[in-house]
Design a protein around this ligand. Structure first.
Ligand SMILES: [Fe+2]
Length: 234
């Protein structure tokens, strides 16, 4: 399965712009999160050869502006995409989406297989959903902010799919805790990753520079420098 990171705080490719947020194309036609601004998302899609009209599915983790901000205007260009949200989105946001999608809006409130080997976790036990892909070397987990606990999200995934986790990619939102003068959140996250046997990480977006450095030190060659413009085979 091919992953294309379309939106991130960092750019890893000439000509591909960066902006606070995260968005990743999975395979040919599934989009996970949108980043903050539709304009930058569409620009980067163009540069990476992705046509919005060909999207079949858009999955969004939670109502955070950096994960979902680009969604509403994107929907004008995705006439046939099913949109997978959940009941923990604010009602006004769901109403806005439904006005554009009608019954193509699907609420995922439980761990659900969306298509062969691709799962949305639903917002339990946390308030956001992750996307899980059965890749060539194990499960690949895409996360928006990983809040309030990536450990809970990963444990829940393992409860439903008792398979090794190859890669966690996306944001972990550990920045504020590190900048507040404690690395405890980073240490706990690394311990959880190791306990759960996560083989590789591609942490980016809101993980935070200091927390990313902790993971980089821990994972060495298995820390993937992820950012907008990166294409990855999993
Ligand atoms: Fe975040």
């Amino acid at each position: 399965m091919k992953l294309k990171i379309l939106y991130d705080n960092r750019s890893m490719a000439d000509g591909v712009g960066s902006g606070w947020g995260f968005s990743c194309l999975v395979g040919d036609d599934l989009l996970f999160n949108t980043g903050e601004k539709t304009s930058l998302l569409l620009e980067n899609m163009g540069k990476m050869g992705v046509k919005p009209a060909s999207l079949a599915s858009v999955v969004v983790s939670h109502a955070d502006v950096y994960s979902a901000g680009g969604l509403i205007d994107l929907l004008d260009q995705t006439p046939s995409a099913n949109v997978y949200l959940h009941s923990k989105f604010p009602q006004a946001f769901l109403d806005n989406v439904r006005r554009k999608t009608g019954d193509r809006l699907v609420l995922v409130d439980e761990f659900t297989e969306l298509s062969d080997g691709i799962y949305a976790t639903g917002p339990y036990p946390t308030r956001e959903q992750a996307l899980v892909i059965r890749g060539e070397s194990g499960l690949v987990v895409l996360t928006g902010c990983g809040q309030p606990s990536i450990a809970d999200i990963l444990r829940n995934i393992r409860k439903h799919l008792d398979e090794p986790i190859d890669l966690v990619i996306g944001g972990l939102h550990l920045a504020c805790r590190v900048y507040e003068g404690t690395d405890a959140e980073g240490v706990e996250a690394i311990k959880a990753f190791r306990r759960l046997g996560v083989k590789r990480t591609g942490l980016c977006h809101c993980t935070g520079e200091e927390a990313m450095q902790m993971f980089r030190d821990e994972y060495g060659d298995n820390f993937i420098e992820a950012g907008a413009g990166l294409t990855l085979q999993v």
